[in-house]
Design a binder for this molecule. Structure first.
Ligand SMILES: Cc1cc2nc3c(=O)[nH]c(=O)nc-3n(C[C@H](O)[C@H](O)[C@H](O)COP(=O)(O)OP(=O)(O)OC[C@H]3O[C@@H](n4cnc5c(N)ncnc54)[C@H](O)[C@@H]3O)c2cc1C
Length: 405
């Protein structure tokens, strides 16, 4: 596995480091202090647009389809010399942004988690309509992804939001929860079922556009951490969506590809979420190290040992994430590695923030030190995109199905 970072990514990382210190971390601290998400009209978002952020990965009608399929673990022929390394570059950038503030990183304008299903399943027309405006956005724009429901989190097969065909339209009814950036989004990728008794095969993904009658009751949840971005619950009440917004069109689901589409999205996004945890863990380690140095704790071998162990484990977790991305970049299945990265990285990052809290003692406990915020921020990383427990179940299942060597 080539560990080198290409020159363009190196340059972007340098830019993020500068912006991290001057903008990302202060914006995150402000949101945490105020206890509410950064509002959509915050000047920070305009600034991001000016420097070229908030854009789609889909390129000019011929999006990096290969990348999406590759991320999804499909085997496709590709121009390897041109494409290889794309996912890993994204991981490096995501880690660096999360080092400065993961909540702010998720609040960035862009199609967000709604993009992978559109890239992997969407028709050319849908990509043009929904990702096109994110190519050169005239204003900060967001997309959103809503799978979770009050009664269906880990068990996504159990979603109850109902989709009923009515002439040329679909009528959606149901409740969705914790969807990132949903109330400010131009559109939300909503998962619903055409028949609850069909389980996974009944799943369909729709793009529900802002302002669609029946889409409403947006409620921004209170969270223990990651306060800079909104996690929003909303309802769909006789929400009429044109058939053209069924992602992939009917024939995609005739091939029984609906649920697989959702799972493929997760294979692409799990290493990304995992590496964000590494970023938070690194920030915690830096805080712990700085505190130990300032307070003459580094002479104690127990302290040094714990700091070293944390750095080692964070680096190992990062390699797992890179491995999952490398496999994706090279058109190889990455389901197991995506789960491994997601099972390991948030747990290690949680350990890093715990170490920080313990070393800082009452300084950390007072609640006005960055380490305490990182401690609150990191927990969600184990929950989103499939909990650590669920990843362990998936991996164990995979293990027992392996043939003997
Ligand atoms: C900050 C944050 C942001 C989020 N953003 C989004 C988003 O943008 N879009 C979206 O759709 N969702 C989002 N979610 C929802 C998230 O995906 C769910 O919270 C997650 O899937 C877990 O579901 P749940 O909370 O219903 O927990 P449950 O599924 O009820 O699980 C509760 C506990 O039981 C364990 N468990 C569940 N099933 C089993 C089993 N079979 N065996 C053993 N243990 C099990 C779980 O690991 C967990 O520890 C977000 C959540 C948070 C906290």
């Amino acid at each position: 596995m080539n560990l080198a970072i290409d020159a363009a990514t190196g340059k972007r990382l340098e830019g993020i480091r500068k912006m991290g210190e001057s903008q990302i971390r202060p914006v995150g601290l402000e949101a945490d202090r105020l206890g509410r998400p950064t509002p959509p009209d915050h000047p920070f978002f305009e600034l991001l647009l000016k420097i070229g952020m908030g854009r789609s990965r889909w390129v000019d009608g011929e999006e990096l389809e290969t990348r999406a399929k590759v991320s999804a673990g499909d085997s496709v022929k590709e121009d390897a010399s041109r494409r290889v390394g794309t996912s890993r570059n994204m991981l490096c950038i995501a880690e660096e942004m999360s080092y400065w503030d993961r909540g702010v990183a998720v609040s960035f304008p862009g199609p967000g988690l709604g993009e992978p299903p559109l890239l992997s399943m969407g028709t050319p027309d849908q990509k043009r309509r929904f990702l096109g405006p994110f190519l050169e956005p005239d204003r900060p724009r967001w997309g959103s992804f809503a799978m979770t429901e009050p009664g269906a989190g880990s068990d996504v097969a159990g979603i109850e939001a109902l989709a009923r065909k009515d002439g040329d339209d679909w009528i959606l009814n149901g409740d969705k929860s914790f969807a990132a950036n949903a109330s400010r989004a131009d559109w939300i990728v909503v998962w619903a079922t055409i028949d609850r008794s069909l389980g996974r095969e009944g799943h369909r993904a729709f793009v529900v556009e802002r302002g669609t009658p029946g889409l409403g009751d947006f409620f921004v949840e209170r969270k223990m951490g990651l306060k800079a971005y909104e996690s929003t619950s909303f309802t769909l009440r006789d929400c009429r969506v044109p058939a053209a917004n069924l992602i992939g069109g009917e024939e995609h689901y005739a091939r029984r590809a609906g649920f697989k589409g959702a799972m493929r999205s997760f294979n692409a996004t799990r290493p990304l979420v995992a590496i964000m945890a590494v970023g938070i863990g690194r920030a915690a380690l830096d805080e712990a190290l700085a505190f130990a140095r300032e307070n003459d704790l580094l002479g104690d071998p127990r302290v040094r040992d714990r700091l070293e162990r944390t750095r080692r484990r964070l680096r190992a977790a990062r390699l797992l994430c890179w491995r999952a991305a490398w496999l994706a970049d090279h058109s190889r299945p990455n389901i197991l590695e995506a789960s491994m990265s997601k099972a390991v990285a948030p747990a290690v990052a949680l350990e890093a923030t715990s170490l920080g809290m313990e070393l800082l003692g009452e300084v950390g406990g007072r609640g006005d030190h960055l380490i305490e915020k990182l401690f609150r921020d990191v927990k969600a990383m184990d929950i989103v995109e499939g909990t650590g427990q669920i990843q362990r179940i998936l991996m164990a299942r995979k293990l027992v199905q392996l043939p003997r060597d």
